[in-house]
Design a protein around this ligand. Structure first.
Ligand code: ASP
Length: 331
């Protein structure tokens, strides 16, 4: 062996080791955990549970895919931080929503960097939101709700999943459009918030259709509007007017969900996960479940890892000035 080849030998060994490691993904008998940064039973949890099943199938049953709830902190910061700091072997992933786009401007002393501490594995869906009220609220439509809001200024409670959550953002935008301050009541996710809304402990909430559709259908809560420009086609929601129809000009909020891995996850594992995600997004069973909950499964280029990253970067740029102008921060 000449000296050049000799000096390259350790590199070749390294390359083989890396290749072997990459080929080993998923590690035999090690489940893939989809970390949900909110309480079980809520919208993010529902997306993750449907996705877990579709990803397991897409990976050919090579390993199990489980959901792990790590709720708490502004915008689900605890779960997101857990994944940012996890071993980057492709077995600990994060399912998260629009909070990834608002973390940098809303949370001071963020313990991770959204842009550089994660690998972006592709987007999952876009989910509209609904403005809903407790069942005993004496208003059956948006017009009556506004009359009730005017008559009850200073006494209204608005539930959310904590600072920087989707429900917080939607509620903040709605309050500022209406021009009336309400007391926000934070929960560890909108599943427990929904329980209290149904029980009448809180008055109103703006939440993803993935959590509200069945409650609206079962008449457990009152529906006052959807946050999309057009009415939704989901049977249980097709008669719910848009907030724009009710006079809230330009009011439009849609929540995106994406899949993330800790920075440094081997490229081969990233590719296998992205391939599995893309297969899952085309799984008719997954699509059917998601559509039944008002969600729109991603079919565009945001399925690609680079496009997912670009999309979140654009969201960060979009929300920065809005949040600065609103003057809200979380620690
Ligand atoms: N819908 C919640 C939010 O407002 C999160 C959740 O519980 O999934 O962000």
């Amino acid at each position: 062996m000449n000296s050049l080849l000799k000096s390259l030998a350790p590199l070749a060994l390294l390359a083989t080791a890396a290749g072997a490691q990459a080929a080993d993904f998923p590690i035999k008998d090690k489940p893939i955990a989809l970390v949900v940064p909110f309480a079980a039973g809520g919208p993010t949890d529902r997306v993750a549970r449907d996705l877990a099943e579709a990803m397991r199938k897409a990976l050919g049953g090579a390993t199990s895919v489980v959901v792990e709830n790590a709720a708490g902190g502004p915008g689900g910061l605890i779960g997101a931080n857990k994944v940012a700091k996890a071993t980057p072997d492709g077995h600990t992933l994060l399912v998260h929503h629009i909070a990834m786009g608002v973390f940098p401007s809303l949370v001071r002393n963020l313990p991770f960097k959204v842009e550089t501490d994660f690998e972006y594995l592709g987007m999952i869906n876009d989910v509209p939101m609904t403005l809903i009220g407790k069942p005993t609220l004496p208003a059956d439509n948006y017009k009556e709700l506004m009359t009730w809001v005017q008559a009850n200024k200073g006494k209204i409670n608005l539930a959310n999943a904590g600072m920087a959550s989707a429900s917080h953002l939607c509620g903040m935008l709605w309050q500022s459009a209406v021009g009336i301050d309400m007391t926000t009541v934070p929960y560890k996710g909108t599943a427990p918030a929904m329980t209290d809304l149904i029980g009448g402990q809180v008055d109103l909430m703006c939440d993803q259709t993935t959590n509200t559709t069945s409650q609206i259908e079962g008449k457990k809560v009152k529906a006052y509007g959807v946050t999309t420009a057009k009415r939704l086609s989901t049977p249980a929601l097709k008669d719910v007017p848009t907030l724009q129809e009710s006079g809230m000009k330009g009011f439009e909020v849609t929540i995106f969900h994406g899949l993330y891995a800790p920075k440094g996850t081997p490229p081969d594992a990233q590719k296998k996960l992205n391939d599995a995600l893309k297969t899952a997004l085309k799984d008719p069973e997954f699509i059917k479940k998601q559509e039944g909950l008002g969600a729109v499964v991603v079919t565009d280029k945001r399925m690609e890892m680079g496009e997912h990253k670009k999309f979140v970067a654009a969201e960060i740029a979009k929300w920065g000035p809005v949040i600065k102008a609103a003057g809200v921060y979380a620690d």
